[in-house]
Design a protein around this ligand. Structure first.
Ligand code: SF4
Length: 246
């Protein structure tokens, strides 16, 4: 069967751009997130909670040490506040994070343990997560995707930047508005893949500074790239005129 290429015709509406994006990124190579190969749900849960607003390098360096000290929810419950704070110091926001992990462990223990938490309806699990201080909607939804297989489309700062540059969301949008606009336009079974692909695109190509538009699969539908191209064409026209005969 011959694979159809995404149409190069300039898409103008949000729906058209999103259709193009989903199609183009379905062929984009995606690095599997670490949680897909992690079998211990405790590590997935705590890793995602501590991974929020923590650099990749910090996570790589300090998460294994944290899990050596606290290998289970029970170990979090048994730890003193000082021990937790000390172990969380390298991650920053350590007091808030210590309180977050302690409250989460208490709430899950009150339910009957991690098994009981994992058998909750996703909406109930989300409620519980959001009732823990320091857990926001973005983190709760990533946990739902990782542990409950929920087909959500979570918007982070990379995705928001790309969406604004493409002209899919208004320039003043926040993460939540971007999600409200984009999520319904992505087929459920593609939401996690598109989320991962956009994050990768944001890290490697559509970087905050000097995006590498010439290598970007979304260029045909990108307002930012079109403006940049127009600016470059005008500059070269002006330069040609300036150097031409009077
Ligand atoms: S074309 Fe450029 S600005 Fe637009 S999404 Fe791609 S890298 Fe970002």
């Amino acid at each position: 069967m011959v694979e159809e290429k995404p149409s190069k015709k300039r898409a103008s509406s949000t729906e058209e751009k999103m259709r193009f994006l989903v199609e183009a990124l379905s062929k984009w190579r995606v690095v599997e997130p670490w949680w897909q190969s992690e079998r211990d749900p405790y590590r997935v849960l705590v890793g995602l909670l501590l991974g929020n607003r923590t650099s990749y390098a910090l996570r790589q360096r300090y998460l294994p040490k944290f899990f050596e000290k606290f290998p289970s929810l029970d170990s979090l419950l048994e730890a003193s506040e000082e021990e937790l704070v000390e172990a969380l110091r390298p991650f920053g926001l350590y007091k808030l994070r210590a309180r977050m992990l302690r409250e989460l462990a208490e709430k899950i223990a009150a339910l009957g343990g991690l098994g009981a938490f994992l058998s909750l309806e996703p909406s109930k699990a989300r409620e519980l997560l959001l009732s823990v201080p320091g857990v926001g909607e973005k983190t709760a939804d990533i946990v739902l995707a990782a542990l409950f297989g929920k087909e959500v489309f979570v918007v982070d700062t990379h995705i928001l930047r790309i969406a604004k540059r493409l002209g899919i969301v208004p320039s003043g949008s926040d993460l939540y508005e971007a999600r409200r606009i984009m999520e319904p336009l992505i087929p459920r079974d593609k939401r996690i893949r598109v989320h991962l692909a956009l994050i990768q695109l944001g890290r490697e190509i559509c970087r905050p500074r000097r995006p590498r538009c010439s290598e970007c699969p979304l260029r045909p539908v990108c307002e930012y790239a079109a403006k940049k191209q127009l600016g470059a064409s005008l500059s070269s026209l002006v330069a040609r005129r300036a150097s031409g005969p009077l």
